[in-house]
Design a protein around this ligand. Structure first.
Ligand SMILES: [Zn+2]
Ligand SMILES: [Zn+2]
Length: 237
């Protein structure tokens, strides 16, 4: 089978936190790794697809928050796959710099108080630090590109497959509270983001590139139409 498929890995129930596998010809890319101690969840989904850790050729981190990179070091040990992250988020991933948290609403304010996002995790050096705005997946045997889509964090990345499916991390969320649970086709900002204007520019850029479907860290997936409507509302606000 030559088709590329996106397989969600449910890290928290009800779509509250997702990582993803992209699978093609019995090889896989892992996008994000969940909170610390999430390796068994990743392994379960790999097994279900008939794969092992060693079938993973690349680990892409959409950004440096603990709910996305918490198990990255462990996943690299198990898979021997290189980790890609953008230079903009290396201080969070490698040096343990505390993330900048601008709440986007009431839930974000509450969530920051729990300090859940500021817990330490196993810091590490990425194998491939992206400085450019784009990295082709061709060398890894996949049809798509990693795109720099800053805003949620300075080094946020999106994985854009050639058929228009995009794994966009926390550039946008959907649902209620943290994301997911219900109303999953209703876009909303994640609990916090660093640069609102940059987020809107990045979303617009993805739509202009021909994005058709958005897979998200919290909630989703969203159609391009839903994201477009959301963007128009944000620009008016
Ligand atoms: Zn985040
Ligand atoms: Zn997140």
């Amino acid at each position: 089978m030559d088709k590329q498929v996106i397989v969600p890995i449910s890290m928290l129930p009800f779509g509250m936190l997702n990582a993803y596998l992209i699978i093609r010809k019995q090889r896989a890319i892992l996008i994000d790794t969940g909170l610390p101690n999430s390796a068994n969840r990743i392994e379960k989904v790999l097994k279900k697809a008939g794969l092992e850790w060693l079938h993973i050729d690349l680990i892409i981190l959409t950004h440096g928050h603990i709910d996305h990179v918490g198990s990255a070091h462990h996943a690299r040990v198990l898979s021997s796959a290189p980790i890609v992250a953008h230079a903009g988020d290396v201080p969070y991933i490698q040096d343990g710099k505390r993330p900048m948290l601008n709440p986007t609403g009431t839930f974000g304010k509450f969530f920051i108080k729990t300090r859940a996002i500021e817990q330490p995790f196993k810091y590490f050096q990425p194998d491939i630090t992206m400085i450019d705005n784009e990295l082709s997946l061709e060398d890894f045997g996949f049809r798509g590109r990693i795109l720099h889509t800053p805003g949620h964090t300075p080094g946020s990345l999106s994985v854009f497959l050639d058929d228009g499916e995009v794994v966009a991390g926390d550039l946008v969320a959907s649902g209620i509270l943290l994301g997911g649970i219900m109303l999953k086709d209703r876009p909303k900002p994640p609990p916090f983001e660093e640069d609102r204007q940059a987020v809107l520019t990045s979303l617009k850029f993805l739509l202009n590139e021909g994005a058709k479907k958005f897979y998200l860290g919290h909630g989703g997936p969203l159609s391009a139409e839903h994201v477009d409507t959301f963007l128009r509302k944000q620009h008016r606000a």
